[in-house]
Design a protein around this ligand. Structure first.
Ligand SMILES: C[S@@+](CC[C@H](N)C(=O)[O-])C[C@H]1O[C@@H](n2cnc3c(N)ncnc32)[C@H](O)[C@@H]1O
Length: 257
C-alpha cells in the first residue's frame, strides 16, 4: 500500500479510524535492518522542501518526487514514517507560532510528538529560551536534528514517552495533530489536565484540522480557538476532506474538572 495514501487519502472520520490502526503499529518495534542508517535513509528518501504553509522552514519530507511516495508500506524500511510528512495540525500550529512570536519569545517550550520538528523549529526561530522536541520514534529524532540543522537552530531532542509524566517546568507546550486516535487522545488530555493542575500558567497550544477524536473529545469544551487557517492547496490535496485547521488553547475561565 502506498505509504502516503495509507496515511492520508481518507475522509476525516475514516481517516481517523485508519490512523487508529497506524497508531497501534506505530508503537510496535520499528522495522530496522541491523545496519540501518537513519541519516542516510532520510537523505536518500526525502527531499528538502518549503512547499507547505510555513515556507520559512525547510524540511526533509517525502514528496511526490520521492520513490517512497508510491511505495507500499512493506517496502519502507521504517514503520510509519510520520516524521516524513508535515501534518495539517502541525502546519497550522507552526504558522501560528511564526505569526505570533511573542507566544514563545524567551519561553521554555516542549513540542510533544514533534514529527518533522517544524513547530519546535518555529519556536527556536522566534526566540524561545529553550525548546525540547519530543518524539518517541528514534528516526523522527534524527529527522528533527537534521531539520534543525537545515534551519540553523538549536533544539534539545528527547525520545522519552513524556505523556503521563509529571513535567511541569514548561511555559508552553505544543501538540501538533496529536488527536489522531481516540484512546491516545484521552491519554493526552488526561495528561494535559494533570499538567494544568501542576502548572496553571503553562500555555498549551493544540493544532488540529478537525479530526473526529478531537472534535468529539469532552476536553474540547475547555478549549478556545485562538486562530483558524485555511489549509493551502498542497495540504488539502494530500489530506483529502480536510480544508481548515484550528489552533486551540485552554480557556482559563473554564474550570478544570
Ligand atoms: C501525527 S504525527 C504529528 C507530527 C507533527 N507534530 C506534525 O504535526 O507534523 C504524531 C507524532 O507523534 C509521535 N508520537 C506518538 N506517540 C508519542 C508519544 N507518546 N510521545 C511523543 N511522541 C509520540 C509519532 O512518532 C509522530 O511523529
Amino acid at each position: 500500500m502506498n505509504v502516503l495514501k495509507y496515511k492520508m487519502h481518507f475522509k476525516p472520520k475514516i481517516l481517523d479510524q485508519r490512523l487508529n490502526l497506524l497508531f497501534r503499529s506505530c508503537h510496535s518495534e520499528k522495522r530496522k535492518k541491523p545496519s540501518f542508517d537513519p541519516i542516510g535513509f532520510i537523505q536518500g528518501n526525502t527531499e528538502i522542501t518549503a512547499n507547505h504553509m510555513t515556507p520559512e522552514i525547510k524540511l526533509h519530507l517525502i514528496t511526490p518526487r520521492c520513490a517512497l511516495w508510491d511505495s507500499r508500506a512493506d517496502q519502507c524500511p521504517v514503520t510509519d514514517p510520520f516524521w516524513a510528512f508535515y501534518w495539517p495540525g502541525g502546519q497550522v500550529l507552526t504558522r501560528y507560532i511564526l505569526d505570533h512570536g511573542s507566544v514563545v519569545k524567551d519561553k521554555s517550550v516542549l513540542d510533544v510528538g514533534s514529527g518533522c520538528g517544524a513547530s519546535a523549529i518555529a519556536a527556536a526561530m522566534r526566540g524561545a529560551r529553550r525548546v525540547l522536541a519530543n518524539d518517541t520514534d528514534p528516526v523522527a529524532a534524527t529527522a528533527v536534528k537534521m531539520n534543525a540543522k537545515l534551519n540553523c537552530v538549536n533544539l534539545e531532542i528527547s525520545m522519552d514517552n513524556l505523556i503521563g509524566q509529571g513535567f511541569h517546568q514548561w511555559d508552553v507546550i505544543f501538540l501538533g495533530d496529536m488527536f489522531y486516535d481516540e484512546e491516545f487522545a484521552s491519554d493526552v488530555s488526561d495528561w494535559l489536565k494533570t499538567l494544568r493542575h501542576l502548572n496553571p500558567s503553562c500555555q498549551i497550544l493544540i493544532g488540529d484540522p478537525g479530526r473526529f477524536s478531537f472534535e468529539e473529545h469532552p476536553a474540547k469544551s475547555l478549549l478556545s480557538k485562538v486562530a483558524e487557517y485555511e489549509l493551502d492547496e498542497v495540504c488539502r490535496r494530500e489530506n483529502n476532506g480536510l480544508t481548515v485547521g484550528g489552533v486551540w488553547t485552554y480557556n482559563p475561565t473554564r474550570r478544570i474538572k
